[in-house]
Design a protein around this ligand. Structure first.
Ligand SMILES: *[C@@H]1O[C@H](CO)[C@@H](O)[C@H](O)[C@H]1NC(C)=O
Ligand SMILES: [Zn+2]
Length: 404
């Protein structure tokens, strides 16, 4: 056990320097069945082994990234403990190379058969706003590294209507989330969702963590956090950093951890400034929708407690109806449930803050988009449009529900 912990630590140090190549890295899915298994996963996480998400509790899986030289020891450790595991991704670099990233040929000219860098996404917002009398790009602050934090506001009403807020890509590596979100923006302005502008005002953040997102392109595709500097480690998890029941479970106080909650609540400008903007409109918002990947879930707050919200039954009915509408598009299944029931405790998330501070918001959900782990965060670009179309079917269910 000791030697494998040391090995993990060395691997982590190696990971934090040059551009990361994931050739030979594998993702294994572990399913802990005893408290001992759960502790073993937590230990791995604490020494810097990268979890795609998690570590999970009994009976729920964790997807874990292993460097080539870790595989023997770590699997031996798991085997000795009797924990179930399965190889999920046999070569992580291959799925990363299969995603397809492009550079827009003319500014703002993105499409949904490729992934795009931040500058192209921001150009797209500007281009859309310039072409529409209803859309405005708002810069609501600067990230740790000085990048603009941007949202697009689409309102025909002079911001008097019930509002819909969509937040995407707060976790850097969840690329599919900005792609489906720009697709939705496009449909609102020039496509099938235009009639929704007569019902609602929309506020949409396609890349809530721009520093992290760019870092996934330049340096480490598997990066999750912000890029703030904390001692010798970089970044906090901006979805563990919101000032509502902060650090009450499922977050780490270790700056090197992928679920580091930050030095204090709202230490990260990416979370704090989004919340500051939100306070201007929060009382008008009927649906807050946080878009993540992956796992195919509709998640209900809260993440900090296993206790169910008073409106649990209504939330579940609407989520199940949305999942049925989503499934009807391409046959993809989403599961609905509490964050703690389906995943693990996770305090300091945006949905907790929104529902905690604005309890009369009609619907507050987080979604985990495609897939269930075979590509994970590295969903090929040819799945963007199908993912967007199915998510729009679900979104329409939410919008119908919050109309009245
Ligand atoms: C999408 O944009 C990229 C980059 O501009 C371009 O190479 C590609 O041909 C475009 N795809 C389609 C289907 O238009
Ligand atoms: Zn996420």
């Amino acid at each position: 056990m000791k030697s494998f912990v040391i090995l993990c630590f060395l691997a982590f140090v190696a990971l934090s320097t040059a551009k990361v190549n994931y050739r030979g890295y594998k993702v294994y899915r572990f399913t802990p069945n005893t408290e001992e298994h759960v502790k073993l996963l937590a230990l791995l996480e604490s020494v810097g082994v990268k979890f795609w998400d998690g570590p999970s509790g009994i009976g729920r899986h964790s997807d874990v990234l292993f460097a080539p030289h870790q595989q023997t020891d770590l699997l031996e450790g798991a085997m000795t403990s009797g924990m179930e595991y399965e190889e999920y991704i046999s070569d992580v670099q291959s799925v990363m190379e299969n995603e397809r990233v492009a550079q827009a040929i003319t500014p703002g000219d993105i499409n949904w058969t490729n992934y795009f860098r931040l500058a192209d996404i921001y150009d797209f917002l500007d281009k859309k706003a310039a072409a529409s009398p209803y859309a405005t790009v708002v810069t609501y602050g600067k990230s740790s590294e000085g990048r603009d934090l941007k949202l697009i506001k689409i309102s025909k009403s002079g911001e008097t209507r019930p509002a819909i807020f969509i937040e995407a890509n707060i976790h850097a590596r969840e690329w599919i989330t900005n792609a489906v979100t720009t697709y939705i923006i496009n449909q609102l302005l020039t496509g099938t969702l235009q009639s929704r502008l007569d019902q609602f005002d929309f506020y949409i953040v396609p890349v809530a963590n721009p520093d992290g997102y760019e870092y996934t392109h330049t340096t480490d595709r598997a990066w999750r956090k912000t890029r703030s500097q904390v001692g010798s480690c970089r970044g906090a998890d901006p979805n563990r950093n919101w000032d509502y029941q902060w650090m009450t479970g499922g977050s780490s106080n270790q700056p090197c951890s992928d679920t580091y909650a930050g030095s204090k609540a709202f230490s990260e400008p990416e979370a704090r400034l989004l919340a500051d903007y939100y306070k201007n409109i929060g009382s008008r918002v009927r649906l807050y929708f946080a878009v993540h990947s992956y796992s195919q879930l509709f998640l209900l707050p809260f993440g900090y407690t296993a206790a169910r919200i008073p409106d649990y039954t209504r939330y579940m009915q609407v989520a199940n109806q949305a999942a049925a509408a989503l499934r009807a598009v391409n046959g993809i299944s989403f599961t609905s449930g509490n964050i703690v029931d389906l995943l693990y405790p996770a305090s300091g998330g945006s949905v907790d803050w929104v529902l905690g501070k604005y309890p009369s918001t009609r619907l507050v959900y987080a979604a985990e988009l495609r897939d269930t782990g075979r590509y994970g965060f590295n969903l090929p670009a040819n799945q963007i449009i199908p993912s967007a179309l199915e998510l729009i079917a679900a979104l329409n269910v939410f919008l119908d529900h919050v109309r009245t």
